[in-house]
Design a protein around this ligand. Structure first.
Ligand SMILES: N[C@@H](CCC(=O)N[C@@H](CS)C(=O)NCC(=O)O)C(=O)O
Length: 231
């Protein structure tokens, strides 16, 4: 059985991507949750992940004697091993587009990622309003993501009842699911078709299962929540 090492569902945006992808695509796996801590040398998280992964980061996929670390590699590995799951769009042009926006997410949007850490449970609308007012980098990242999603949603509208970026659910939606959580949690201003897409993503069974489990967690990791003193 494949094993997926993840961090706290409330905080770990990188873990959310392969977890949601596998759940939503019906790929069986065993989850190993390694709770976040201060990530200092010798911390429980670092010792646990350091024993199984060369980077000591989550997510990590273990499939027999094969280890795959780094989110994009996990997605590509699963797509290669399980072609019947059609994790990428079938059309070559759309597939190239989907890969490009996932890579864009993987290496970019640093202002958004830095200022708006994922926190599934918290209502961060006040913090979001301040960030929106003061952080031009966040506004630029959101503008680019809104343009990206708007173009795809308009081009693929009506092609599949899922109403996802490429019509049916693909790895691209899993890749942007943590962005949906950030836009929602920080109440960042987005046009109506984008909030409708965000609702659809949050209603996907794989995403809903992640959110429900995140809400049941009780950890409060200070480093991840510099804006409040308790959960
Ligand atoms: N590029 C990596 C990033 C993974 C990553 O940064 N994971 C975070 C959790 S969301 C982590 O493990 N942090 C622990 C640390 O910084 O020591 C990937 O895509 O998997």
């Amino acid at each position: 059985m494949r094993k997926l090492y993840i961090g706290n569902k409330n905080y770990s945006s990188w873990s959310m991507r392969p977890w949601v992808l596998m759940k939503q695509a019906g790929i069986d796996f065993e989850e190993v949750m390694v709770r976040f801590d201060e990530f200092t040398e010798g911390s429980t998280f670092k010792n646990t992940m350091g024993a199984v992964s060369p980077t000591a980061l989550v997510p990590l996929l273990v499939d027999g004697d094969i280890k795959v670390w780094d989110t994009l590699s996990i997605v590509e590995y699963l797509a290669e091993r399980l072609p019947e799951k059609k994790l990428w769009p079938e059309d070559v042009k759309q597939r190239a587009h989907a890969r490009s926006i996932c890579a864009e997410m993987h290496g970019g949007f640093r202002a958004l990622r830095g200022a708006c850490a994922m926190n599934v449970e918290a209502d961060l609308a006040v913090q979001g309003a301040i960030i929106w007012r003061d952080n031009a980098g966040v506004r630029a990242d959101v503008e680019r993501i809104v343009a990206m999603w708007s173009e795809l949603l308009a081009a693929n509208a009506g092609s599949h009842p899922d109403g996802m970026l490429f019509g049916r659910f693909t790895a691209a939606d899993a890749y942007y699911a943590p962005v949906v959580m950030r836009f929602a949690g920080y109440a960042l201003p987005v046009p109506e078709p984008i909030s409708a897409y965000m609702q659809r993503v949050q209603a996907l069974p794989g995403v809903k299962a992640w959110i429900d489990a995140a809400l049941l967690e009780h950890d409060f990791v200070v480093m991840d929540e510099p804006y409040r003193v308790a959960r």
